[in-house]
Design a protein around this ligand. Sequence first.
Ligand code: C2E
Ligand code: CA
Ligand code: CA
Length: 458
Amino acid sequence: MLVVGYIVRMYAAPYLVMNSFYMLAILIQYFAFQNPDIFIDRKTGALNYATATPYLREINQRGSFSAIAIGLNDYTEGNALYGEQQMAKGLRAIVHYLKAAFPDCQVIYAAAGRFLLITTKKYDFSKIHDEIEARMQAPWIDTHAHLYLTASYAMFRGHLHQEEVEQFFDYTAMALQRAEQQHDVVIMEQSLFQQARLKTKVRQAVDRAIENRTVQIYLQPLYGTQERRIIGAEVLARIYDEKLGLIRPDFFITAAERSGTITQIGEQVFEKTCLFLNEHPLQELGLKRLNVNLSPIQCRDIHMAERICRIAQHYHIPLRSFCFEITESALSYEARLQQNIDMLMAQGATISLDDFGTGYSNLMRVLKFPFEDVKLDMTFVRAYFDHTNKLLPAIIDGFQSFGVQITAEGVENKQMADTLTKLGCRILQGFYFAKPLPLDDFLHYLKTTTPKVSSTID
Ligand code: C2E
Ligand code: CA
Ligand code: CA
């Protein structure tokens, strides 16, 4: 009846002179008969997505409600395997079952194989979950096909803030994703909504920073073990937001890679690096080069190197001032990456393989590329010092025998710095030397600090 009330309010506002349910019911029947698409999802027969949010707004206004979200794990595969038409029949069969099994719930189809059961009644979640899960073990039978599907579940009981209602379906999509990853039912708590709100705020802050050109660069010193001094720095992006404070890259790089804005961030970072070098030439700083990160997404673009060269030219900075750090995942775009690397190297830049030792590393593939330097990820370096991985010396020797030099990341104390120097690492980076520093602090650091590392010569 709530749906009826809402629909009528939405589509029949001028007729709402009488507050009579009888009248409303007649009206709704009239509207439904005339145009059922208004609120029913044609594919599944459930309440449609467009109607669902206003409906939720309506019941949320009246107090708490229960929601059970069901997400098909194999929705995409199902479409490919059974065909879209058969899958649509399967979805319809699921809606038919849900409506029959839970008559006091509203069944909503929220796109991409996600369903919601919503009720103002207090439900025993585990019982419902077990019941649906038991049904999911059997195929969804149609005269033409047997569809075998699996599902993930997320549950909510409570009352939402007004703005949360608008986002509720996004939250359930997120919760279902997590449920699928964790192979467990997710209870949607307030903390999940807070996380989602924070994510949205970070995304907006990143978009603002891109548009207002306020992405900042920090520099973290790189120590040369042969020169026994700071010989360069890695450029690291930072975004400062008035409300959120300083946002660390861990929070925005992955999101920016997903949304594609990483290219704009990367180019802004590079432009600001050029501007810095324009004001403080490398020679004056006593440095050999600056390391700039290139995201795999940037490397996918065949025009990437061209644009980088153009920016450097604009600020009169030779490309030999840069070492570009790329991660192994960029190697999957082999041909385009090769083209980009060739162009950057032809102009004098060097290339470094970042984050080596995280996850699966394919040595033969790595060696096909002209890396001057391989950066060992800090987790890999640490594993050697806490005795959980003894591979480090062999890896350093192995790369060096191919003429590739090693940078060790995450060097946090003198003992680490000394040992890594003795093992033959060419460059060290980590908090022992300095954290990533704002530009002025970096300039001050260069003038005032002499790192202490014992070398094999001592
Ligand atoms: P990364 O390239 O591996 O950068 C090194 C990260 O390790 C930096 O984190 C740095 O602060 C941190 N780090 C350095 N030394 C130590 C240490 O001794 N101990 C510990 N615990 N941490 C240390 P940050 O600045 O938060 O950057 C995180 C990641 O974000 C970077 O990892 C990089 O993958 C990405 N990133 C940062 N700036 C950019 C950028 O401009 N473009 C792209 N594509 N990615 C960037
Ligand atoms: Ca890096
Ligand atoms: Ca790294």
